[in-house]
Design a protein around this ligand. Structure first.
Ligand code: SF4
Length: 372
């Protein structure tokens, strides 16, 4: 297996553990970066907070050795050369960082090693979350690796091949068709938790730990992993009713009913070639590129405006309208009041297993970026 040797030079290397950062979605999150110093992703999203992706690729390989992740976790725990992290305060450990985490060939091995390390330290079983753009899910090995995670967040911004090109600028060979197929395969192989209309409390590792935040609990095999969708809305697409309708069709086709409505609230670095590692997580305010203390996007100085691009976001009204429209459309599609011919055609022709449970009773949950 090929290893990017330049990533693993012992001296002066970057830390592959960053944060904790405050995530509006998951609380206090410790970041794990399985990619490293060169931003690498199968997408090059127009809004990416890492800036222009340096290495747009679909190649899976070992970008960072597992032992280096554990070495950096130990340093964070001890406060050795980095700020000490209080692991009892963590809500989640999140794989994200410098690009697409599922491109890391050792992803499953890293998740297992982190869980073993937490146990050895007698720390609470902090759930491990993966933020993925879902482009690699057709690969059986990726799906196997994801079985180790407690929470999987899938990105689904595009409603057709054209918007995949425009919003996500996907690597050559990727298609929305393939992404949808991969998501269905993942769903057919992992028994995810569902929030049903009858059962308002989720039986997931994440929700259980959130309710027992400071207690040390052992992970039970009966707790199911959680699957959710993140949709990034840019004004141009949010204003297009056809885009919203097609998204509603795709959501009902893949049957994932926990959805986050998002919009780019983090600035995008303008630099074309250089990658500023400080942009991992929510680090805009601590970036050394930012010239003044306590500067935020709202009170940027002229010099930092030259370095960051503030992206157009959807308004609060737009976000709530999208939420209402998706709720109504998904409800109608599920009741059969609107037929989606494209979804039916795909369902018939493709060779994949149906998911474990019927999702007729699964409750739709929409988490809106403006309801933080
Ligand atoms: S998928 Fe994530 S890391 Fe990759 S380009 Fe898009 S926003 Fe950036």
């Amino acid at each position: 297996m090929a290893i990017n040797e330049s990533e693993n030079k012992p001296q002066n290397r970057i830390s592959y553990v960053y944060g904790p950062v405050t995530s509006w979605r998951s609380g206090t999150s410790l970041g794990i970066d399985p990619i490293g110093a060169i931003s690498t992703c199968s997408f090059n999203c127009s809004y990416c907070q890492l800036g222009h992706i340096q290495n747009v690729t679909r190649e899976r390989k070992i970008y960072v050795k597992t032992e280096l992740i554990i070495e950096d976790l130990e340093k964070a725990y001890q406060g050795d050369q980095v700020e000490k992290v209080d692991f009892t305060k963590l809500d989640v450990i999140t794989f994200a960082g410098s690009g697409e985490p599922t491109l890391a060939l050792n992803l499953g091995e890293m998740i297992k090693a982190i869980k073993t390390w937490l146990k050895a330290k007698n720390l609470k079983a902090v759930p491990v979350s993966i933020l993925t753009n879902a482009t690699t899910l057709e690969d059986e090995e990726v799906r196997k690796d994801l079985q180790e995670a407690d929470l999987i967040s899938l990105k689904l911004d595009a409603s057709d091949e054209l918007s995949l090109k425009s919003i996500n600028q996907a690597a050559t060979g990727l298609s929305l068709e393939g992404i949808i197929k991969g998501i269905k395969l993942l769903k057919s192989e992992i028994d995810f938790s569902h929030l049903s209309a009858e059962n308002e409390s989720e039986n997931t590792v994440h929700s259980k730990l959130k309710s027992e935040k400071n207690g040390i609990i052992q992970q039970s095999p009966n707790l199911k992993p959680e699957l959710q969708l993140q949709i990034m809305f840019l004004p141009k697409f949010a204003e297009n009713p056809e885009h919203i309708k097609r998204l509603a069709e795709l959501i009902t086709e893949i049957e994932i009913y926990k959805i986050q409505i998002n919009t780019p609230t983090r600035a995008k670095p303008k630099s074309g070639k250089e990658y500023w590692i400080e942009t991992r997580g929510n680090h805009y305010n601590s970036s050394p590129l930012k010239p003044q203390e306590n500067e935020t996007l709202d009170n940027q100085t002229e010099s930092s405006k030259e370095k960051y691009l503030e992206l157009p976001v959807i308004s609060k009204e737009q976000a709530f309208k999208i939420e209402d429209d998706l709720t109504s459309l998904i409800g109608k599609i599920r009741k059969g009041e609107i037929i989606s011919p494209k979804a039916h055609k795909r369902t018939k022709n493709e060779d994949y297993e149906q998911s474990h449970e019927t999702t007729d009773t699964v409750k739709l949950q929409i988490i809106n970026v403006y309801k933080r």
